[in-house]
Design a protein around this ligand. Structure first.
Ligand SMILES: Cc1cc2nc3c(=O)[nH]c(=O)nc-3n(C[C@H](O)[C@H](O)[C@H](O)COP(=O)(O)O)c2cc1C
Length: 211
Protein backbone atom coordinates (compact mmCIF):
# COMPACT_ATOMS: atom_id res chain seq x y z
CA UNK A 1 0.00 0.00 0.00
CA UNK A 2 2.67 2.44 -1.01
CA UNK A 3 0.86 4.22 -3.82
CA UNK A 4 -1.15 6.84 -1.95
CA UNK A 5 -0.71 10.43 -3.10
CA UNK A 6 -2.93 11.76 -0.33
CA UNK A 7 -2.49 10.36 3.15
CA UNK A 8 -4.51 12.88 5.14
CA UNK A 9 -7.38 10.69 6.32
CA UNK A 10 -9.51 13.63 7.39
CA UNK A 11 -9.22 15.21 3.91
CA UNK A 12 -9.99 11.90 2.24
CA UNK A 13 -13.13 11.29 4.32
CA UNK A 14 -14.49 14.83 4.53
CA UNK A 15 -13.79 15.70 0.90
CA UNK A 16 -15.56 12.67 -0.59
CA UNK A 17 -18.77 13.51 -2.38
CA UNK A 18 -20.50 11.83 -5.29
CA UNK A 19 -19.22 13.31 -8.55
CA UNK A 20 -21.54 13.26 -11.57
CA UNK A 21 -19.39 15.13 -14.08
CA UNK A 22 -15.87 13.87 -14.88
CA UNK A 23 -13.11 15.13 -17.17
CA UNK A 24 -13.44 12.82 -20.20
CA UNK A 25 -9.82 13.45 -21.22
CA UNK A 26 -8.47 11.70 -18.10
CA UNK A 27 -7.57 8.03 -18.42
CA UNK A 28 -6.44 5.85 -15.51
CA UNK A 29 -4.15 3.04 -16.51
CA UNK A 30 -5.13 -0.54 -15.73
CA UNK A 31 -2.12 -1.07 -13.48
CA UNK A 32 -3.30 1.71 -11.18
CA UNK A 33 -6.94 0.54 -11.34
CA UNK A 34 -5.77 -2.95 -10.38
CA UNK A 35 -3.69 -1.50 -7.54
CA UNK A 36 -6.72 0.39 -6.20
CA UNK A 37 -8.81 -2.79 -6.32
CA UNK A 38 -6.04 -4.73 -4.54
CA UNK A 39 -6.11 -2.09 -1.81
CA UNK A 40 -9.93 -2.11 -1.66
CA UNK A 41 -10.25 -5.87 -1.21
CA UNK A 42 -8.43 -5.67 2.11
CA UNK A 43 -12.03 -5.20 3.34
CA UNK A 44 -13.39 -7.84 5.71
CA UNK A 45 -16.09 -10.36 4.77
CA UNK A 46 -18.12 -12.88 6.74
CA UNK A 47 -16.01 -16.03 7.25
CA UNK A 48 -13.47 -14.37 4.91
CA UNK A 49 -15.29 -15.78 1.92
CA UNK A 50 -14.61 -12.62 -0.15
CA UNK A 51 -17.70 -12.92 -2.35
CA UNK A 52 -16.82 -9.97 -4.57
CA UNK A 53 -16.41 -10.06 -8.31
CA UNK A 54 -15.36 -6.79 -9.90
CA UNK A 55 -15.64 -5.76 -13.55
CA UNK A 56 -14.04 -2.53 -14.71
CA UNK A 57 -15.43 -0.98 -17.87
CA UNK A 58 -12.88 1.41 -19.35
CA UNK A 59 -12.91 0.74 -23.09
CA UNK A 60 -15.04 2.99 -25.32
CA UNK A 61 -16.69 -0.10 -26.84
CA UNK A 62 -17.75 -1.60 -23.51
CA UNK A 63 -18.91 1.80 -22.21
CA UNK A 64 -21.05 2.28 -25.33
CA UNK A 65 -22.46 -1.22 -24.97
CA UNK A 66 -23.73 -0.66 -21.44
CA UNK A 67 -24.80 2.99 -21.87
CA UNK A 68 -28.40 2.03 -22.78
CA UNK A 69 -28.56 0.14 -19.45
CA UNK A 70 -27.87 3.30 -17.44
CA UNK A 71 -29.93 6.11 -19.05
CA UNK A 72 -30.27 8.08 -15.81
CA UNK A 73 -26.49 8.08 -15.40
CA UNK A 74 -25.45 8.34 -19.05
CA UNK A 75 -23.26 11.38 -18.39
CA UNK A 76 -21.08 9.47 -15.92
CA UNK A 77 -20.79 6.69 -18.52
CA UNK A 78 -19.60 9.24 -21.09
CA UNK A 79 -17.17 11.16 -18.90
CA UNK A 80 -15.74 8.88 -16.18
CA UNK A 81 -12.35 7.27 -16.75
CA UNK A 82 -13.78 3.94 -15.71
CA UNK A 83 -16.97 2.34 -14.43
CA UNK A 84 -16.27 -0.14 -11.65
CA UNK A 85 -18.99 -2.75 -11.10
CA UNK A 86 -19.05 -4.62 -7.81
CA UNK A 87 -20.94 -7.92 -8.05
CA UNK A 88 -21.74 -10.57 -5.45
CA UNK A 89 -20.71 -14.08 -6.50
CA UNK A 90 -23.37 -16.48 -5.22
CA UNK A 91 -20.91 -19.37 -5.63
CA UNK A 92 -18.13 -17.66 -3.69
CA UNK A 93 -18.07 -20.49 -1.12
CA UNK A 94 -16.34 -22.58 -3.79
CA UNK A 95 -13.23 -20.46 -3.09
CA UNK A 96 -13.23 -21.27 0.63
CA UNK A 97 -10.87 -24.24 0.36
CA UNK A 98 -8.36 -22.19 -1.63
CA UNK A 99 -8.58 -19.20 0.77
CA UNK A 100 -8.10 -21.34 3.86
CA UNK A 101 -5.35 -23.49 2.28
CA UNK A 102 -3.45 -20.26 1.60
CA UNK A 103 -4.13 -19.07 5.16
CA UNK A 104 -2.57 -22.25 6.56
CA UNK A 105 0.35 -22.09 4.12
CA UNK A 106 1.03 -18.50 5.22
CA UNK A 107 1.26 -19.71 8.82
CA UNK A 108 -1.78 -17.70 9.89
CA UNK A 109 -3.99 -20.62 10.97
CA UNK A 110 -3.57 -24.24 12.12
CA UNK A 111 -4.77 -26.92 9.65
CA UNK A 112 -7.50 -28.22 11.98
CA UNK A 113 -9.05 -24.76 12.40
CA UNK A 114 -8.98 -24.28 8.63
CA UNK A 115 -10.64 -27.69 8.05
CA UNK A 116 -13.33 -26.82 10.59
CA UNK A 117 -14.07 -23.42 9.01
CA UNK A 118 -14.20 -24.77 5.45
CA UNK A 119 -16.76 -27.35 6.59
CA UNK A 120 -18.82 -24.66 8.32
CA UNK A 121 -18.72 -22.41 5.26
CA UNK A 122 -19.86 -25.18 2.93
CA UNK A 123 -22.70 -26.15 5.31
CA UNK A 124 -23.85 -22.56 5.93
CA UNK A 125 -23.78 -21.32 2.36
CA UNK A 126 -24.97 -24.56 0.70
CA UNK A 127 -28.12 -24.52 2.79
CA UNK A 128 -28.82 -20.79 2.67
CA UNK A 129 -31.81 -19.72 0.55
CA UNK A 130 -30.80 -17.54 -2.40
CA UNK A 131 -32.48 -14.41 -0.98
CA UNK A 132 -30.44 -14.72 2.24
CA UNK A 133 -27.28 -15.41 0.26
CA UNK A 134 -27.85 -12.25 -1.81
CA UNK A 135 -28.41 -10.20 1.36
CA UNK A 136 -25.33 -11.62 3.12
CA UNK A 137 -23.02 -11.24 0.15
CA UNK A 138 -24.38 -7.79 -0.73
CA UNK A 139 -23.29 -6.61 2.71
CA UNK A 140 -19.81 -8.12 2.19
CA UNK A 141 -19.43 -6.57 -1.28
CA UNK A 142 -20.48 -3.10 -0.12
CA UNK A 143 -17.39 -2.93 2.10
CA UNK A 144 -14.66 -2.99 -0.59
CA UNK A 145 -16.89 -0.72 -2.71
CA UNK A 146 -16.83 1.90 0.06
CA UNK A 147 -13.10 1.40 0.55
CA UNK A 148 -12.62 1.92 -3.17
CA UNK A 149 -14.28 5.36 -2.99
CA UNK A 150 -11.86 6.45 -0.29
CA UNK A 151 -8.82 4.77 -1.84
CA UNK A 152 -9.61 6.55 -5.11
CA UNK A 153 -9.30 9.85 -3.26
CA UNK A 154 -6.00 8.71 -1.78
CA UNK A 155 -4.88 8.21 -5.41
CA UNK A 156 -6.10 11.68 -6.39
CA UNK A 157 -9.38 10.70 -8.07
CA UNK A 158 -13.06 11.27 -7.37
CA UNK A 159 -15.91 8.76 -7.55
CA UNK A 160 -19.65 8.52 -7.90
CA UNK A 161 -21.55 5.52 -6.51
CA UNK A 162 -24.60 4.41 -8.48
CA UNK A 163 -27.37 1.86 -8.43
CA UNK A 164 -29.14 3.57 -11.31
CA UNK A 165 -28.55 0.91 -13.97
CA UNK A 166 -30.48 -2.11 -15.23
CA UNK A 167 -29.77 -4.71 -12.57
CA UNK A 168 -31.46 -7.49 -14.53
CA UNK A 169 -29.36 -7.03 -17.67
CA UNK A 170 -25.96 -5.77 -16.53
CA UNK A 171 -24.33 -9.12 -15.69
CA UNK A 172 -25.08 -10.64 -19.09
CA UNK A 173 -23.97 -7.43 -20.85
CA UNK A 174 -20.61 -7.85 -19.09
CA UNK A 175 -20.38 -11.55 -20.05
CA UNK A 176 -21.14 -12.80 -16.54
CA UNK A 177 -23.65 -15.52 -15.66
CA UNK A 178 -26.66 -13.56 -14.31
CA UNK A 179 -27.81 -16.50 -12.20
CA UNK A 180 -24.48 -16.42 -10.36
CA UNK A 181 -23.42 -12.74 -10.24
CA UNK A 182 -25.69 -10.17 -8.57
CA UNK A 183 -24.88 -6.47 -9.08
CA UNK A 184 -24.35 -4.52 -5.87
CA UNK A 185 -22.89 -1.13 -6.78
CA UNK A 186 -21.38 0.76 -9.69
CA UNK A 187 -18.67 3.28 -8.85
CA UNK A 188 -17.59 5.75 -11.54
CA UNK A 189 -14.03 7.00 -11.13
CA UNK A 190 -12.03 9.81 -12.72
CA UNK A 191 -11.00 13.41 -12.22
CA UNK A 192 -13.91 15.70 -11.48
CA UNK A 193 -14.81 18.23 -14.18
CA UNK A 194 -17.10 19.73 -11.61
CA UNK A 195 -17.29 18.91 -7.92
CA UNK A 196 -20.75 18.50 -6.43
CA UNK A 197 -22.12 21.07 -4.01
CA UNK A 198 -21.77 18.45 -1.29
CA UNK A 199 -24.54 17.07 0.88
CA UNK A 200 -25.73 17.14 4.45
CA UNK A 201 -26.14 14.45 7.07
CA UNK A 202 -28.68 14.29 9.87
CA UNK A 203 -26.83 14.85 13.11
CA UNK A 204 -25.65 11.90 15.19
CA UNK A 205 -28.14 12.83 17.95
CA UNK A 206 -30.98 12.02 15.54
CA UNK A 207 -29.79 8.58 14.47
CA UNK A 208 -27.71 7.38 17.44
CA UNK A 209 -28.68 6.00 20.81
CA UNK A 210 -26.68 4.54 23.66
CA UNK A 211 -28.00 1.89 26.01
C1 LIG B 1 -26.30 2.87 -3.01
C2 LIG B 1 -26.17 4.22 -3.70
C3 LIG B 1 -26.78 4.41 -4.93
C4 LIG B 1 -26.64 5.64 -5.59
N1 LIG B 1 -27.14 5.75 -6.87
C5 LIG B 1 -26.91 6.90 -7.56
C6 LIG B 1 -27.29 7.00 -8.93
O1 LIG B 1 -27.80 6.07 -9.53
N2 LIG B 1 -27.03 8.17 -9.56
C7 LIG B 1 -26.43 9.23 -8.94
O2 LIG B 1 -26.24 10.26 -9.58
N3 LIG B 1 -26.04 9.16 -7.63
C8 LIG B 1 -26.26 8.02 -6.94
N4 LIG B 1 -25.82 7.90 -5.63
C9 LIG B 1 -25.13 9.04 -5.00
C10 LIG B 1 -25.96 9.64 -3.86
O3 LIG B 1 -27.01 10.40 -4.38
C11 LIG B 1 -25.05 10.46 -2.96
O4 LIG B 1 -24.03 9.63 -2.46
C12 LIG B 1 -25.80 11.06 -1.77
O5 LIG B 1 -26.72 12.02 -2.23
C13 LIG B 1 -24.87 11.71 -0.75
O6 LIG B 1 -24.07 12.65 -1.37
P1 LIG B 1 -22.48 12.59 -1.30
O7 LIG B 1 -22.07 11.21 -1.66
O8 LIG B 1 -22.06 13.60 -2.32
O9 LIG B 1 -22.07 12.97 0.08
C14 LIG B 1 -25.94 6.70 -4.97
C15 LIG B 1 -25.33 6.49 -3.72
C16 LIG B 1 -25.43 5.26 -3.11
C17 LIG B 1 -24.72 5.04 -1.80
Amino acid sequence: MSSFKENDFQKIIEGRHAVHDFDPAVKINRTELTQMITESISAPSALNVQPWRIVIVDSPEAKAKIKPLMPANAHQNETASALVFFFADLKAAENAQDIYDQTVKAGKMPQEVSDHLVTIIKNVYDEMPTSALVATFTLDVALPAMQFMLIARAHGYETGPMTGFDHDKIAAALDLDPTRYVPVLLVAIGKAAQLSAGSVRLPAEKILSFR
